[in-house]
Ligand binder design. Sequence first.
Ligand code: ADP
Ligand code: GLC
Length: 507
Amino acid sequence: MTAGAAAAQGSAAALRVLHVAAEVFPLVKTGGLADVVAALPPAQAQEGADVRLLLPGLPAVLDGLQALQPVCEVGNCFGALRVRLLRGRMPDSGLPVYVVDAPYLYRRGGNPYLRADGSEWPDNLQRFALLGWAGAHLAAADADPQWSADVLHAHDWHAAMACAYQAERPAPPAGTVFTVHNLAYQGLFAMEDWQTLGLPARRMSSEGLEFHGQLSFMKAGLKYADLVTTVSPSYAAEIATPEFGCGLDGVIRARGAAVHGILNGIDTTIWDPAADAALPARYTASRLQGKKACRRALQAELGLEADERALLLTVVSRLTGQKGMDLLLAAMPALLAQGVQFAIQGTGDAALEAALRAAQQAYPGRVHAYVGYDEARAHRLIAGADAILVPSRFEPCGLTQMYGLRYGTLPIVRGVGGLRDTVFDLDEAMRPGDRGAGSGTGFVFHEATPQALAQAVQRAAALKGDAPRWRRAMQAAMARDHGWRAPAREYLQRYRALVEGAGAAQG
Ligand code: ADP
Ligand code: GLC
């Protein structure tokens, strides 16, 4: 009997889930993926599942995990002479974590995917094929004789090959789930390297990994996972269209009902204005004085004018084309003329970094731009600002607007993807499904133009002038529940349906 069938039969047995990912907060983080991978597995464990994580042995992972112990020697594979599997625990949650220790492939500091000059590591095919391969072996109890998985859950292209290796097994021992966090990053490699993957040639056709003459790891996940999820319902619908499908919309449409959007949550312990140690003062929806203190302290810290009436707008973001920073830069002069203040923090595209530095120089006291990555500072910005701007051209989910909601910092967002699913306009008529009057929590604009962005910011600035309404909006935003419990349960329900389906098919 397979592990899946066993789990389906013994309803009392905890569902065993292996998440495979390349990053996890606080050890390695390039974006929201790390936050999700840190919070979803423990939330599932809270619901009674036996959840474990598999990570590549990057230096920060090896240094940050507790009680690391060897599990098995894998030997020589994917060009690495010595590959071992280790096991340890996450520092805070205590979640069990397996690590693929392959010094030749993974012991490199900095960004997990890129070299210091911003180019991709030339052996990323080997590095992330190994991660997926190890995931498939671990799920099948080949690596740890003490444990196997009912469900193998791979995140983004970095882990997607787990689905292809699993599909290659005669009777796949675990159901596979692939979550698309961002379809724009696909893991594309030269077709001539296909033999390195150790998969049969038929998997390299357009029915498999081939994508416009290259190998696509993203496509391995989309094609071979039993279930494909993405991080918001709106993005699930969008990626089935040519506009957002990054050339893979046909593949996604062909998966039909196997594609689902499950809205991300946020870690409400790490992001909690009532207990946030990074803040100069703490606050709740009913005791908002602390937020005023955070705002004053932020203006002082950043050298912004101590202007009580200005709309203080923050942005905390990767600086890439996705995030719409060009729209913000174009709208900035008009907004400054109306008294808006900006506190921006981000890293990424060199031209955007330079443009933000130039804006700070041009408008001292009104624009502060920190080009850098700093978690504690992100908390102070989000707590101290009046509003948080997320003007994305596309956004699979987006977490910072939800951090804004939780901190009573009203989001101003473009109505795409997860932004559309989490922010409800204060001025628009209620959308079907909105819960009752007063459910607006922010400002939504639709056109990807500086004018539309500026109008939304102006609406926010106008509402700030109406203190009682602004306060009610803050309270409505803070009352929204974006914790992980509901999404964790939804994933578990889907896992169970997979495992039970597999059990029924075999029984
Ligand atoms: P994405 O994953 O596309 O970058 P998300 O909104 O899902 O977007 O997640 C971004 C995460 O990265 C958030 O936790 C945000 O606070 C964090 N972040 C982005 N840029 C910075 C920065 N410069 N400093 C600190 N945190 C940042
Ligand atoms: C990706 C997306 C972002 C999402 C995050 C976590 O990085 O760009 O929208 O919130 O993954 O799922």
